[in-house]
Design a protein around this ligand. Structure first.
Ligand code: 5AD
Length: 350
């Protein structure tokens, strides 16, 4: 029997020994299948730009990384990728990019949203993952057709947050939390999540992260292992990290424990899992996740969106990649729900 009554129970599940992992994953999958079913929803991930105003100490596209080659997709690149997602019946897309809040950028996003909505007869779901913005910007993007937004808290421990971000007003923990609240108030289905295996992070922190997601009433969760990037300040601590395999295991424990804690949320099997293990996303599904975000950024720019080292890259066409994914999802006892938005059951319309 696995039940969660308090933080200690969460800590114990996160520390699950190898001989009990099978049970943990099984209970999580049963909980998912019973609550929301075994359908896997796809979100075509379009990385629209890697230019960023922020300087997060862990991230490869941070402003101060002068060796990052910056790019901005053209309107046509973004819209073509969105139309391809629509044709391949992915159901929804995510526009993700480094953080920028200048008026020109805000308008550009509005334009893209309206065009994509129009050209797909309002049928393609659109999630944004574009960082901290003003309430006005969040509203404008919502009114232009975005209905979901992802903004990871990265860690819910304020003092750890301060260790992995520069000490400037632009990198405020308080503001981050505020933005998540604004997104919910605007009416977005709101996603958040954390990095797992950060330097200085404890299992108690991770248990608090799950309780934070519960307290914030989050609808969608993306969590993945922290992966060091050599051109970032946090790399200095890379010798203290858990091994990659341990970070993968811990991430899978996080997914299962979250699924048992909040059965009706959408949980992504993230790219960072796949970076450690080619079957990482499948392992995520078998630990209780129900969302996969295939990368559909045009190939020439995909290489440049390097949040961390060794991000998987393939030259495969979207069509071939999706077909291969469908087969591997079936092997995990799930099946892809093509052409559906896949709203989280947790989200209750206002
Ligand atoms: N390792 C793992 N995840 C990272 N992200 C950024 N840098 C890293 C890294 N080095 C994640 C953050 C961010 C998301 C877009 O990518 O959690 O919210």
């Amino acid at each position: 029997m696995i039940t969660i009554n308090n933080k200690e129970d969460i800590v114990a599940l996160l520390q699950c020994p190898p001989e009990r992992e099978e049970e943990l994953y099984r209970v999580a999958v049963e909980s998912r299948n019973k609550t929301i079913g075994n359908a896997v929803y796809l979100r075509g991930l379009i990385e629209i730009s890697n230019t960023c105003e922020k300087d997060c100490l862990y991230c490869g596209i941070r402003k101060s990384n002068s060796s990052a080659q910056r790019y901005l997709l053209s309107d046509k690149d973004v819209i073509d990728a969105a139309l391809e997602a629509y044709e391949q019946k992915l159901g929804s897309i995510v526009l993700q990019g480094g953080e920028r809040s200048d008026p020109k950028y805000v308008l550009w996003i509005e334009h893209l949203l309206k065009e994509i909505k129009k050209q797909t007869n309002e049928r393609l779901g659109i999630t944004l993952s574009l960082g901290e913005q003003s309430e006005d910007t969040y509203k404008r993007w919502f009114d232009s057709g975005a209905h979901r937004y992802l903004l990871r808290i990265e860690t819910s421990n304020e003092s750890l947050y301060k260790k992995i971000h520069p000490d400037t007003p632009l990198h405020s923990f308080y503001q981050r939390v505020k933005c998540i609240e604004l997104l919910k108030a605007c009416g977005y289905q709101t996603g958040s999540g954390v990095m797992i295996g950060l330097p200085f992070q404890t299992v108690s922190d991770l248990a608090d992260d799950l309780l934070f997601l519960q307290k914030m009433d989050i609808d969608m969760v993306g969590m993945g292992p922290y992966l060091e990037h050599p051109n970032t300040p946090l790399y200095a601590h890379h010798k203290q990290l858990l091994s990659l395999q341990e970070r993968l295991r811990l991430s899978l424990h996080m997914i299962s424990t979250l699924r048992i804690l909040i059965p009706d949320v959408n949980i992504a099997a993230t790219t960072a899992l796949q970076t450690i293990d080619p079957l990482g996303r499948e392992k995520g599904l078998m630990a209780g996740a129900n969302v996969i975000m295939p990368n559909i950024t045009p190939a020439q720019d995909r290489k440049k969106y390097n949040l961390y080292q060794n991000k998987p890259f393939s030259e495969e066409s979207t069509e071939d990649a999706i077909q291969r994914l469908a087969q591997s999802v079936e092997r995990c006892g799930c099946s892809i729900a093509f052409g559906q938005w896949g709203d989280p059951q947790h989200f209750r319309r206002p």
